[in-house]
Design a protein around this ligand. Structure first.
Ligand code: NZQ
Ligand code: ZN
Length: 397
């Protein structure tokens, strides 16, 4: 309260502090510089997923680069990494007294490894409650580096992890500055082996990250806006090229860097953010196992329609600057939403939750979660249980 006026949100370019310590090693052959990044006497826990790194030669490159190091391996981290699986890595890491984690894989391996890095030195009890749900302010985490093989999440240059729990069907985000990777190797060639579906998912995830931070209301943050628009344009233009020619280095490099900067904190400095689409999406994955990016495609278009009046200023700007459209304000706002739907659909991502069999019963379960957790998202913190229900109902109509 100030002079009787209750400020609900900032309507201007706010103060900000920015810090990002991640060293990025980008380009062909960069796995070979790993020894310069990791102390020679490190006891490394090498973490990976279901085995893609054995088929595409990434494992061999890493092992060759780390000749002479002590390496303990933990494989089998699944998509939407499970706490239960990760705790096995924590036990292994504790018993082997590892002091460095090297995550090799996609966002799930990186996220899971961030949790492992925080959990190994933790002595304060249940790791789900204390670390994932952040009940305790933990003050230590092992050093972590990454070799990213899937452009999508931005996990390689942010301190965020999203962890799932098998027994309760939960999927929760955690964040701590201790979890910034020390370095991330981004070699576009390691992604040539990605199945088309994962490339499409990655493009859609990165695009949605930009939308969640951009499609709010204007605050005259010109650099952030124009930067966000350039990332979206790059993703739109690169998508068909990198899908049709997976081994075209330049388009894959552009996609990879676009996905990193979409969620490394640059575009939301001093600006409002939404994030309701991601929160609803996490529940769709938690209850129904739908791929992360695919949940976003069934939520965002309907959220934009639901919030069209509030978001009109930015929808018009997005229509003009990203899609090069012209017309009246109303036409532009509607056309912007239609273009977003087309983008997802062209990538092969359905934009209706009914495609996955989501029904009113599922919607009520998700609504109930938002109610129990007292969760409200959106740039005005006004997307709560009732609004979630309405948005999802639009997606199954
Ligand atoms: O497990 P392997 O065998 O490695 O196979 C993976 C997996 O099956 C495969 N893959 C990865 N790189 C490959 C490859 N296959 C062939 N060649 C390669 N080079 O791709 C499949 C999916 O991998 P995953 O890591 O699950 O995908 P993604 O990177 O999209 O990560 C999704 C997870 O990240 C979270 C999501 O919620 C989800 O749990 N997110 C993390 C964020 C963050 N840390 O900031 C933000 C995001 O919004 C998101 O929530
Ligand atoms: Zn995402």
């Amino acid at each position: 309260m100030l002079n009787g006026y209750k400020y609900k949100f900032n309507d201007m370019f706010s103060n900000f502090a920015y810090y990002n310590p991640v060293k990025i090693l980008f380009g062909k052959g960069q796995i070979s510089v790993l020894p310069k990044q990791i102390p020679a006497d490190a006891r490394i826990l090498l973490t990976y997923g279901g085995g893609s790194i054995f088929k595409n030669g990434v494992y061999d490159q890493v092992i060759k680069a780390l000749k002479g190091y002590t390496i303990i391996e933990f494989g089998g981290i699944e998509a939407n990494p499970y706490f239960e699986t990760l705790m096995k890595a924590v036990e292994l890491g504790r018993s082997e007294k590892v002091d460095f984690i090297l995550a090799v894989g996609g966002g799930s391996v990186l996220d899971g490894s961030k949790f492992i890095a925080a959990a190994i030195p933790f002595e304060g009890g249940d790791e789900w409650t204390n670390i994932v749900l952040n009940k305790t302010k933990y003050s230590k985490a092992l050093a972590l580096g990454s070799v990213l093989t899937l452009p999508a999440t931005g996990s390689e240059m942010n301190p965020v992890a999203v962890i799932s729990k098998m027994d309760t069907h939960e999927k929760r985000g955690m964040s701590n500055p201790l979890l910034f990777p020390k370095f991330s190797v981004l070699d576009p060639e390691t992604t040539f082996s990605l199945p088309e579906k994962q490339v499409a998912n990655g493009l859609a995830d990165a695009f949605t990250h930009v939308m969640e931070q951009y499609l709010t209301y204007p605050v005259n943050a010109e650099i952030q806006d124009r930067f966000a628009e350039s990332i979206m344009k790059t993703l739109i233009e690169t998508a068909p090229k990198t899908i049709q020619n997976p081994e075209d280095y330049e388009s894959r490099a552009n996609f990879m860097w676009a996905a990193t900067v979409a969620l490394n904190g640059w575009i939301n400095l001093g600006t409002p953010t939404d994030w309701a689409t991601h929160q609803i999406g996490h529940e769709l994955t938690a209850f129904h196992g739908i791929d992360h990016a695919r949940t976003l495609a069934v939520v965002l278009p309907h959220l934009l329609s639901f919030k069209k009046e509030d978001k009109k200023g930015k929808l018009i700007q997005y229509a003009r600057r990203v899609w090069d459209l012209s017309g009246s304000d109303d036409e532009l706002a509607e056309a912007a939403i239609q273009k977003t739907i087309e983008f997802y659909e062209t990538l092969g991502l359905p934009t209706r939750a009914s495609h996955y069999g989501i029904d009113q019963e599922s919607i009520l379960k998700i609504k109930d979660r938002f109610a129990k957790r007292g969760m409200k998202f959106g740039e005005h913190a006004d997307i709560g249980p009732d609004e979630v229900e309405k948005i999802l109902q639009m997606s199954i109509a």
